[in-house]
Design a protein around this ligand. Sequence first.
Ligand code: SF4
Length: 383
Amino acid sequence: MAIEEERLPFFGPSGPPLYLYVHVPFCRSKCPYCAFYSVVPGTGAVEAYLDGLEAEISLRLREGAPFPSLSSVYFGGGTPSLLSPSQWERLFSLLEVFCLRPGAEVTVEANPESLTASHLCLWRERGVTRVSLGVQSLDDEELRILGRSHDSRRARDALGALAASGLSFSADLIFNIPGQTLRRWHRTVREILAFGMDHLSLYELTLEERSAWGRRPPEGMASGYPFYRWSQWYLASRGFFQYEVASFAFNRRWSRHNLAYWNRAPVLGLGPGAWGFLAERRYGNENSLAGYLRKTEEGRLPLAVVEEPDQERDWREAAILALRTAWGISRSLFARRYGPVPLETLLTVIDGLPERFFRKTEDRIALSRRGMAVANAIWERIL
Ligand code: SF4
């Protein structure tokens, strides 16, 4: 299969674009496999968070103004749909200091238990272009095992509402859930496509160190490989293009925001627990609401970590991120950005791996479908 030569969002016509990520750190309850920063909000917590965000935005503007106009905005979490429509109104008004480029992508993550018709109406009015729904499964037993706050009926209702909303929408699914059979997985994937989304993200259940299951793993997990390989075959047969290890798009509706991240484009991350990437430095914000608010109230950026550039780490990370995507690595761009020696080292590693894991053209190297299925083993060789 030829590598699709879509122009990647490195640089727009008027200078480097900027991508905005806003972390909304609230969830109705904590899922045992989750390592993202989120808390169940107490009284006044959302308002305090919005105050903190307002302060962080003014600090950022004071420091870096004027920001270039935004190519995308992504509200992630946590569960952004846990904010009420009036809290969303305030959140949108805080962001009015930024300009959007024409055709900018604006995505909101939502969960079925908190998504309402009022959210959809407001988001559409305020320029949201896509909703990404955390479905995870359409099987009640699997949802119970995952500790999700919704059941399959609620997930179907939310998917139906999204299909009727006119917004583009995506769904997240998890495979290799303890006790999950291939037959159940097939049922979930087949059924979900009937709702007409143009994007799917499939994640293998992993035991993150900072999650409850990372500390005490559940029983009954098998290999995710057969789930993944069947999904690659089935989604391709339904017209979905696998443009990244975990992401499938219909009709070229890939997530431009996520592509920016995989291409190490500048991302301004706002909110507690948010990560950003500016001036070739990755930074992480305070990973607790209290710590975040303390710093913003003191008039300081709520930074917990700023990674200094490190040429060796940066090129290896850039190679892995680019190889996650169907476009892979452009030898010429890679050499221009990181130098000929890192490129040579990388090519030596790749040449030592089986040919069938890669698709190569004169300039580009990307993973084949088989390569994507064993991507973690390939990353270990590159790191
Ligand atoms: S998996 Fe999603 S819904 Fe569950 S705790 Fe994590 S962010 Fe919240």
